[in-house]
Design a protein around this ligand. Structure first.
Ligand SMILES: [Zn+2]
Ligand SMILES: [Zn+2]
Length: 145
């Protein structure tokens, strides 16, 4: 164990080669504290931290942070993109078809990619992305509590 402090959000942005702005720091912290937030919820969180910011500026910051690998974008078919701060571990997601609830599913063997392609076509595969679709407990019919 070292005594060094974990990097601050600003240092992480700088380390990723990004210009540090209050909006980007607030955005990264909002995404990390949230649970797979959509862009509108992220914009609300950023405004709560730094005051007014245009939706356009939120999208630009999201794009920059996603491109830098600090934020992961998840885009289940037919629903708006969601963002999370859990990056680089190749985890998957389960999505409710009815209400859009979304939860993390860990990589099944703990090492990316956790799925072996039946035919990799000679590619060197380093990532696999799976979306499990279904019905969450709250939306399951016949559920009586
Ligand atoms: Zn549901
Ligand atoms: Zn996730």
């Amino acid at each position: 164990m070292t005594a060094s402090q974990p990097p601050t959000t600003a240092e992480e942005l700088r380390g990723a080669g990004l210009r540090v702005t209050a909006a980007r720091v607030a955005l990264l912290e909002t995404v990390r504290h949230g649970d797979h937030l959509g862009a509108e919820a992220i914009a609300a969180g950023v405004r709560h931290r730094v005051g007014h910011i245009s939706v356009q500026a939120v999208y630009e910051a999201l794009h920059a942070l996603t491109a830098a690998g600090l934020v992961r974008r998840i885009e289940p078919a037919g629903s708006p993109a969601r963002y999370e701060g859990r990056v680089g571990d190749n985890h998957h997601h389960v999505v409710c078809r009815s209400c859009g609830a979304l939860a993390d599913v860990d990589c099944s063997v703990g090492e990316a990619p956790c799925l072996a392609a039946s035919d990799g076509h000679g590619f060197s595969i380093d990532e696999a992305e799976v979306v499990y679709w279904g019905t969450c407990p709250d939306c399951s019919p016949g559920r009586t509590t």
